[in-house]
Ligand binder design. Sequence first.
Ligand code: AMP
Length: 512
Amino acid sequence: MTTLAHLLARQARAAPDRPAILLGAQPWATHAQWAARSAGLALRLRQAGLAPGDRLVLFMRNHPRYLELLWGAWWAGLVVVPVNAKLHPGEVEWIIDDAQARWAFVSADSAPHALAGLQRQVDVDSAEAADWLAPLAPGDIGPPAERQGTDLAWLFYTSGTTGRPKGVMLTHRNLLTMGLGYFVDVDAVAPRDTMAYAAPMSHGCGLYAIPHLMAGARHVVPASGGVDPAELFALGRALGPLSTFAAPTIVKRLVDHAEAHGLGPQDAAAAFKTIVYGGAPMYGADIRRALRVMGPRFVQIYGQGETPMVATALSRAHLGDSDHPRHTERMASVGVAQTPVRIRVADAQGLDLPPGQPGEVLVQGDTVMQGYWRNPVATAAALRDGWLWTGDVGSLDADGFLTLMDRSKDMLISGGSNIYPREVEEVLLTAPGVAEVAVVGAPDPQWGEIVVAFVVAQPGAAPDEAALDAHCLACIARFKRPKRYVFVPSLPKNHYGKVLKTALRDRLRGTG
Ligand code: AMP
């Protein structure tokens, strides 16, 4: 069976001398060097006692070695446990324990001390890490470990906006399918293309290494290791237009930067080929502005850790089809089912709902996880009758476009009516002076729950309650209007930029 490791072996044969990994504009490794280092790591890890199926934790910020470690682990048949570098050491120790992992590569600033539960912890910037990754001579490179498509490759802990994270079990087949689907639903990739890792490589952004390696493209880790719009624009100009994955908050920063520096679509085209966005709601007003400022280089994906990067896509063509009578609705949707999966919207019994009616989004296909690691109860709740129950509420239109409302737990019921915060947020974001908004329910003796809007004003603006109320009255049903506004300097977000609505609800209940 072709495994993820074979993707690298294949490029090392087909295009050994082509630059494959860069740190900023500096070459880091060709395909041949990458394969020699990853195969070297695999050999040494096996000699040190790690066996196929064992877990290897990567608790690191973005780094060119991330790619060498990933492929080294897969070459040895190991399961990678990617952990966001910003997690608290205590949170990582919980994951290490749950995943029964004994080895980790870490960034020193993420893990300043020895993490409990590990036998071995290697600082990725140390000489020791270089030894682990020392290249093998071509004749010494053995083949990747034999693995089945059903063997695990990526044990991804959900970001856990509520409760403890759960380990999502993803196989080689899941990720190979995800990678191949990229070319059909998201973007074509050529060897001259460059994937830039600005968002955390421990999440979906890192997985985009798979289609880019399949296509023999280049991989660049910005020298800052993170999101610096000026750096990304400069890198794109130097290396040729970049492809990247950006959460909506990152898109916003790129657009802000472009606007502040008088950069237009031409400048954006010189720096970016494709910006894939997703992972959190992109409001209609925000994507319209992004397209206006940066031009047609956006593609939206909707997915979740349980079916990584693959549920629906809103293509460049959809976003550009401004003559379509339903263009406005489509821009606010997450697009249509990606090729590897089927999508349904169902009621609590799992029966299909008619177009336009909101229900839970269900996904079926080869990208869907095998279940949660050592958690049969959560697995049984999420995987039912062959479908993944995403916990997202959405509705399909007659053409198959999915519009997401909210996580099912974020919906609120006021005076007996269901209210989807996303709808109210979309409206408030079109009001003058509003930069960001999050709507939640607060308990209320008369209504059950009332709608509360947390509003962040644009710099220099001071939107007032009466104006916002009038704006809502002009756009949506009376009962959906916020009964209370809370003006805040910023919204609480997790490490992936998702707004923590639980924290807002706790705040209203006086428990946060
Ligand atoms: P995660 O498992 O951390 O990737 O989070 C996945 C969740 O993020 C999904 O279940 C959705 O609630 C949300 N999400 C992902 N992509 C989108 C998108 N394009 N628009 C709105 N929400 C999204």
